[in-house]
Design a protein around this ligand. Structure first.
Ligand code: B12
Length: 314
């Protein structure tokens, strides 16, 4: 296609957008920079004209709740029910469609949410947060960064030799309760909840008269590492606060996995989990902290966790 035809199409599209109110020429910041244009561009007309008549494309922030949960179905059968249905779930419903496809806005929101998920997964926990609670850091047998962590869950379930040494040197042995914090699959989850849950647990165990060992942090951590922690510290109960696998755009959900005297060979049937810990929609971290204290007491009382605890506490 020659330049004249392309220019005519561009011109027509811009005129239609202006007529539909989709763009305005009022924003002096929104000039198209010729240096960012693809090499060899020779089209004139509207694009060049935009340098003298700036164009502003103004879209709402798709992350705003009002926009995110706006019904997108054209001519819904029950317009009153649709917003209620959308409010009732965090699933992406009632977003409408463009033919058989997503609308651009839905696609952009989806990509934005996916980016939040990836950030939570690949980012490390802010070391300042760990410092606030005096947590020293150890690592599992992962040596190849997050990529290896994702590909080798088996290595994320074992403490490195250096970690075992450090724990032996720094931790009080045989406490009633050993708390560990692990990044798991979301750094954001620990950052969102630790400040609230930690003091509640410390106070709760104090009031219950239980000794609280030396808490520490495990990088590249999977749930199964609890066995190594149990063997290194020999507590009655190990509590692991860990970032859950993030959902789309929801990265702040944390779990507390708990086990009674965990040791080599124990599996998830020997553990309990309190999941979906986060404010505004999940289990509130303050309530979760209090509940964890109760579950730990129950584990000590019945000297069991997981399925054995369920059977023993019947
Ligand atoms: C991934 C996942 C699984 C995967 C785990 C595979 C894997 N290797 O990752 C599969 C599909 C196998 C699974 C199975 C089950 N799961 Co599941 N699972 C999850 C999910 C979506 C994410 C967990 C996560 O991010 N963990 C953190 C990462 C870092 O841990 P990890 O070391 O990589 O993986 C370990 C844990 O995920 C653990 N795990 C997973 N599910 C469960 C459930 C229980 C009760 C325990 C103790 C451990 C456990 O198993 C993995 C291997 O050790 C959560 C949802 C959530 N909101 O947390 C549900 C969730 C934890 N699972 C749940 C349940 C009920 C189960 C099953 C009992 C279902 C069933 N009836 O069979 C089984 C138990 C299997 C087991 N491990 O013994 C519930 C727990 C509810 C509760 N409070 O008791 C959750 C919260 C989902 C839900 N909302 O219902 N699960």
């Amino acid at each position: 296609m020659d330049d004249a035809k392309i220019n005519a199409i561009v011109e027509a599209v811009i005129q239609q957008l202006i007529a539909a109110g989709g763009i305005s020429n009022s924003n002096p910041e929104a000039k198209i920079n010729p240096e960012t244009q693809p090499e060899g561009r020779t089209h004139s007309s509207s694009i060049d004209r935009a340098e003298t008549q700036p164009v502003n494309i103004d879209l709402p922030d798709p992350n705003e709740d009002a926009y995110r949960y706006q019904p997108g179905v054209t001519n819904p059968k029950d317009p009153a029910a649709l917003p209620e249905l959308i409010k009732s779930t965090s699933a992406r419903i009632g977003v409408g469609r463009a033919g058989p496809r997503y609308r651009t806005a839905s696609l952009l929101l989806f990509q934005g949410d996916h980016a939040i998920t990836q950030d939570a997964l690949y980012r490390d926990i802010d070391p300042k947060l760990l410092g606030e609670f005096g947590l020293f850091s150890v690592q599992t047998k992962i040596t190849g960064g997050k990529e290896q962590f994702l590909l080798r869950p088996d290595l994320g379930r074992q403490l490195s030799d250096e970690a075992k040494k450090m724990i032996a040197e720094r931790c009080v042995k045989n406490p009633n309760i050993q708390l560990v914090v692990g990044d798991g699959l979301s750094a954001a989850a620990i950052e969102a909840n630790l400040r609230q849950i930690f003091p509640v647990m410390v106070q709760g165990f104090q009031s219950a008269g239980l000794s609280f060992g030396t808490p520490f942090y495990i990088k590249y951590c999977r749930v199964g590492v609890m066995n190594d922690v149990g063997e290194a510290v020999k507590p009655d109960v190990v509590i692991l606060l860990i970032g859950e696998r993030p959902g789309l755009g929801r990265a702040e959900s944390m779990s507390a996995y708990m086990g009674y005297k965990p040791q080599s060979g124990y599996n998830d049937a020997d553990r309990d989990v309190i999941c979906n810990i986060y404010e505004k929609g999940g289990t509130n971290p303050l309530e979760a902290g209090a509940f964890i204290v109760q579950v730990a007491q129950k584990m000590r009382q019945h000297q069991a966790s997981g399925v054995k605890l369920k059977l023993a506490a019947k």
